[in-house]
Design a protein around this ligand. Structure first.
Ligand SMILES: *[C@@H]1O[C@H](CO)[C@@H](O)[C@H](O)[C@H]1NC(C)=O
Ligand SMILES: *[C@@H]1O[C@H](CO)[C@@H](O)[C@H](O)[C@H]1NC(C)=O
Ligand SMILES: *[C@@H]1O[C@H](CO)[C@@H](O)[C@H](O)[C@H]1NC(C)=O
Ligand SMILES: *[C@@H]1O[C@H](CO)[C@@H](O)[C@H](O)[C@H]1NC(C)=O
Ligand SMILES: *[C@@H]1O[C@H](CO)[C@@H](O)[C@H](O)[C@H]1NC(C)=O
Ligand SMILES: *[C@@H]1O[C@H](CO)[C@@H](O)[C@H](O)[C@H]1NC(C)=O
Ligand SMILES: *[C@@H]1O[C@H](CO)[C@@H](O)[C@H](O)[C@H]1NC(C)=O
Ligand SMILES: *[C@@H]1O[C@H](CO)[C@@H](O)[C@H](O)[C@H]1NC(C)=O
Ligand SMILES: *[C@@H]1O[C@H](CO)[C@@H](O)[C@H](O)[C@H]1NC(C)=O
Ligand SMILES: *[C@@H]1O[C@H](CO)[C@@H](O)[C@H](O)[C@H]1NC(C)=O
Ligand SMILES: *[C@@H]1O[C@H](CO)[C@@H](O)[C@H](O)[C@H]1NC(C)=O
Ligand SMILES: *[C@@H]1O[C@H](CO)[C@@H](O)[C@H](O)[C@H]1NC(C)=O
Length: 403
């Protein structure tokens, strides 16, 4: 029963109702959209447009040996080899560098010009990626070679060779496509476990005879990132190749933060490189050693304390990766997706929530309603506003005593 009131006095009843009328509502989590710093505190995290995440770093105390990066006129260089850095990838343990070394040999009628046996010698924490690079050789009747050195049992150095032969007898049978498929240009995969290599190109007599030499005096060999080179038949017979690729080619290197396996590294205490909570150790297949990754649901730098930060799955740009048609709520390392109370869905991640009992819910919905009971007239004003992409509705229920 309603209590009785003095005549004319109205009873104001404030009812705040939050109606969720959109398909997906986001509940923002904490501290998510600040950019994640991947350099050591107080250290520059960029050189020009190249990001330098730890264990790489520029300046004293900013890197782990041997990941010293020097920055000169907005260009980054790996100090251990002097090659230019184009891009550092923490997730894949890769660094893309510019490989300026192109082996060439030109047998002109007036003499020979050769820069064969050129290559790179990396520190032991870097290997040339065997999956992302290849040997390419341009020329006629020419053997292109990679000569690499790997460490076998008992740290003994062993040579590894891979080669391809590029054939053509005259300009007419040089490949007319941009593929490097054997006629005038050949390619072959780069072997694994290699820190140092040389490339060479050698014309092979008697196939390489005076008539071939007269239209194709020069041949070239180089290691380049897969798909970074497109062949053109003019490269076989002119200086077009040399004048186009004066800076060399991008090359992808794999890197490790320690030379042991994960099971050895985890016992190393403060020397263990995976310093962040919510990080994990990854054994590397190209050469001995390990690197680190943030665990699933986290992102950032696993090499820094506190470096792996929770991903806010509910933040708008990430909703396509982490679907939710209901109420998305970020949790540490994951997220939940559920329907607001009174709503239901068989799968809130893909099916929008609907009112659990449409008849009941409809009355509370929108608009203005009158209800007359024996003693009171109830008038419901509903006032809605959009805030934080949510429709917030406040209902004001005014009750007048009826006579
Ligand atoms: C850096 O800038 C150069 C040209 O200025 C561009 O070719 C290169 O792709 C850029 N690198 C990155 C990582 O944005
Ligand atoms: C990093 O390498 C550069 C070039 O070799 C060298 O001058 C510099 O001293 C090194 N930095 C540190 C902190 O060792
Ligand atoms: C490391 O983490 C990244 C990002 O979560 C992921 O793409 C990558 O596959 C992970 N690498 C390994 C070896 O698990
Ligand atoms: C090319 O020049 C080199 C160096 O002089 C020489 O050894 C080689 O025989 C020459 N090759 C041919 C096919 O002329
Ligand atoms: C030989 O000839 C080539 C092309 O004609 C020229 O580039 C080169 O400098 C000459 N070499 C010598 C040693 O004269
Ligand atoms: C020939 O040698 C000179 C000097 O060693 C070098 O500058 C030039 O690029 C070479 N040319 C070719 C076609 O190899
Ligand atoms: C590197 O060497 C190790 C040990 O010999 C071998 O298990 C691994 O498959 C090699 N990696 C590659 C990419 O060849
Ligand atoms: C590459 O060639 C240089 C000079 O000929 C030599 O000192 C080095 O040992 C070679 N490296 C490899 C891996 O063959
Ligand atoms: C060079 O070899 C090609 C094919 O191998 C042949 O057709 C041509 O006659 C030879 N030229 C000379 C000058 O021997
Ligand atoms: C790892 O490096 C240390 C010192 O740098 C060296 O003593 C050890 O032999 C290396 N281990 C392997 C498996 O290469
Ligand atoms: C890494 O490799 C070692 C030995 O090769 C193995 O015992 C360990 O389980 C591996 N760890 C991971 C995380 O893959
Ligand atoms: C969104 O996800 C990506 C990768 O999954 C992550 O790098 C980024 O930090 C996330 N955004 C937020 C705000 O957490």
């Amino acid at each position: 029963m309603f209590p009785s009131f003095p005549p004319g006095q109205k009873l104001l009843l404030l009812v705040a109702v939050t109606l969720i009328l959109q398909h997906s509502t986001t509940v923002y989590g904490s501290g998510s959209s600040e950019s994640i710093n991947t350099a050591r505190p107080g250290c520059p995290d960029k050189c020009g447009n190249v990001s330098i995440p730890y264990p790489f770093g520029t300046g004293k105390g900013c890197f782990q040996e041997p990941f010293n990066v020097t920055c000169h006129e907005n260009r980054a260089y790996l100090a251990s080899t002097g090659v230019r850095v184009l891009d550092i990838n923490l997730n894949f343990g890769e660094v893309r560098v510019q490989n300026p070394k192109i082996a060439s040999q030109c047998n002109y009628t007036n003499g020979t010009n050769s820069t064969s046996f050129v290559g790179l010698s990396l520190d032991p924490f870097h290997k040339v990626s065997n999956t992302k690079n290849q040997l390419i050789s341009i020329g006629c009747s020419m053997l292109g070679m990679i000569l690499g050195v790997t460490k076998g049992k008992n740290q003994l150095e062993l040579p590894i060779v891979n080669s391809c032969f590029s054939f053509c007898t005259d300009a007419s049978n040089v490949d007319d496509s941009t593929e490097c498929a054997g006629m005038g240009c050949c390619q072959t995969p780069f072997p694994g476990n290699i820190s140092s290599f040389n490339t060479s190109c050698t014309p092979i007599p008697p196939i390489y005879n005076a008539s071939i030499q007269s239209f194709s005096p020069c041949s070239y060999s180089f290691i380049a990132e897969v798909n970074s080179f497109k062949f053109d038949r003019s490269y076989v017979s002119s200086t077009n190749f040399r004048s186009k690729y004066t800076e060399g080619f991008p090359l992808v290197l794999d890197w490790v933060v320690g030379n042991g396996s994960c099971s050895e590294a985890t016992k190393m205490g403060s020397q263990y490189a995976c310093q962040a909570m919510n990080s994990q150790c990854i054994n590397v297949s190209n050469g001995p050693g390990y690197r680190c990754n943030c665990s699933q649901g986290y992102v950032g730098s696993p090499y820094l304390q506190g470096g792996c930060r929770d991903i806010n799955e509910c933040e708008p740009p990430n909703q396509s990766l982490y679907p939710c048609k209901g109420n998305c709520r970020n949790t540490d390392g994951s997220y939940t997706c559920s329907c607001p109370s009174g709503f239901r869905s068989d799968d809130p991640q893909s099916i929008p929530c609907v009112r659990a009992d449409p008849n009941k819910a409809l009355k509370v919905a929108l608009g203005m309603g009158y209800k007359k009971s024996k003693y009171f007239t109830h008038q419901l004003f509903t006032h809605c506003l959009i805030k934080n992409r949510k429709l917030l509705c406040t209902s004001l229920c005014q009750s007048y005593k009826s006579d």
